[in-house]
Design a protein around this ligand. Structure first.
Ligand SMILES: C[S@@+](CC[C@H](N)C(=O)[O-])C[C@H]1O[C@@H](n2cnc3c(N)ncnc32)[C@H](O)[C@@H]1O
Length: 238
């Protein structure tokens, strides 16, 4: 097992992540389908269903990547909600814009999740999916999501979780052993898929994330596990 410091190879986390997703962009959707056996789409749709979204809402998706979350929200609500996707990888955004071009109330902006270009209390719901783990500063990232969310609104996180017991053991074998191999086979490089499990090692599990959301001043925090806790969603009320 490599460790994250070795993988970053003297680059800052933000620089490394930015370069990695620029290079990965064209294969990102295919690789997600392969490593999750197509399940990530089902989970993202369920994550959206779990949030009480309504027509007329102003919604943000931070670290939007190729724009799955905006796409699945727009498929459900059409142009009756306004959706903004933010990412710092222009290559990922190019794909997100193409995939969402049918929805004229969805727009994509190139910006840093740690310094969002929006005023305070601006959005009804703010999503981040497989993004928090990639930020250089987790708490700063969450506070920035909180800042742009209206009082009573929702911050919604989806990321890898940590399953327990024998399932946790099997999952780690798959995650650390097979996933980098699949990266090598289908993307031509194991590197991003060695970064993926390593970035999870230093990332808090779902129970700890719930505690951090409370510590940062959120009122109600709910956790939903998927795939026996290999994936987890938190919905935190501002
Ligand atoms: C694993 S992808 C997740 C994409 C998408 N949300 C999904 O669920 O498939 C992480 C994304 O976060 C973006 N990202 C990472 N750090 C960022 C930051 N500080 N500011 C903006 N985007 C960032 C990357 O460019 C990448 O597109």
């Amino acid at each position: 097992m490599k460790n994250l410091k070795k993988i970053l190879n003297n680059k800052s986390k933000s620089e490394y992540v930015h370069e990695m997703f620029d290079k990965l962009a064209v294969d990102y959707d295919l690789m997600n389908n392969i490593i999750s056996f197509g399940r990530h789409k089902f989970v993202k749709k369920q994550v959206i269903k779990n949030v009480p979204l309504r027509d007329g809402m102003n919604i943000l998706d931070v670290c939007t990547g190729t724009g799955d979350i905006p796409l699945f929200i727009a498929k459900k609500f059409g142009n009756s909600v306004k959706i903004t996707g933010v990412d710092f990888s222009e290559k990922m955004l190019e794909i997100a814009r193409k995939r969402n071009d049918r929805y004229n109330k969805t727009e994509f902006i190139n910006a840093d999740a740690l310094n969002l270009p929006f005023e305070d209390n601006y959005f009804d719901a703010v999503f981040i999916s497989f993004g928090l783990r990639n930020l250089a500063d987790l708490r700063k990232g969450i506070l920035e999501l909180q800042r742009v969310t209206k009082k009573g609104g929702y911050v919604v996180n989806l990321d890898m979780g940590k399953p327990k017991g024998i399932l946790g053991y099997i999952f780690r074998l798959y995650f650390f052993g097979l996933v980098p191999l699949l990266g090598k086979l289908f993307h031509g490089s194991a590197e991003p898929y060695s970064y993926l499990p390593e970035s999870c090692e230093s990332f808090p599990d779902q129970e700890e994330l719930v505690r951090i959301f409370h510590e940062l001043g959120f009122d109600e925090v709910k956790n939903y596990n998927f795939a026996f806790g290999a994936l987890a969603q938190q919905i935190a009320r501002v």
